[in-house]
Design a protein around this ligand. Sequence first.
Ligand code: ADP
Ligand code: MG
Length: 259
Amino acid sequence: MAVAALEVVGLKKVYTKSGRPLEVLDLERFTVRVGEFITVVGPSGCGKSTFLHIVGGFIKAEAGSIRVFDHEVREPGPDRGMIFQEFALFPWRTVAGNVEWGLEVQGVSKAEREAIVRKYLDIMGLTEFRDHFPAEISGGMKQRVALARVLAFDPKILLMDEPFGALDAQTREVMQEELTRLWERTGKTIVFVTHDIDEAAYLGDRVVVLTTRPARIKEEVTIKLPRPRDITVKKSVQFLEYRNRVWDLIRSEAADRRG
Ligand code: ADP
Ligand code: MG
């Protein structure tokens, strides 16, 4: 069998909240194929961010195995690139300086850094902004810089936690379309968490719907919309059927919990 980009088995996470255990994750199996674009949706507070942070190696789980390209995850590493809703750029560094940062930390030579930075600024449409500071560019631009910075590491898998959640609706759609192009161009594996169901159905090869806490996989919806997908696909009947299916799953999850 081919190696999975991500293979999670028997993952359990329990926090302690006000002195009491809070069961957050109970994932039997979560598999992502190499090159797949997976979107994850689920009720607020079900454990989506916790899940991504565990895969990122930033939080420890109580039980379970996490393998990224067949390597057990124990700590953060350059094989996994994380993108959050908050842009987390260095305000004192230029756009180019932000993208260059991780490469400096890794000890990449100046000439090589410059070539890599140029490549990803170009891919993300940032070349003309290279000498701007974060305060001088828009939210959408900042998120492009964050993406370019992570891509410069050449991670095998991108872990994205509601990355477009802080953007206005129009910028968000532009970024969604750009991300699909970037994915098609780079062949990266992406795990993308969102609470926006349209976004999940538009971006994903598969939408994984989680239950309320502790999060389990409720159902997976395979999205067989043609690629490349531009934003106009959101108007198609096929798309609406998929997003309604995901909506129904989320709604029934909420109803189940209300009993
Ligand atoms: P989501 O991203 O799906 O909204 P989170 O993973 O952020 O959910 O959080 C899941 C649950 O765990 C929430 O109830 C949250 O309050 C709780 N939680 C998150 N981080 C901690 C922590 N460090 N300690 C205790 N409880 C936490
Ligand atoms: Mg979250």
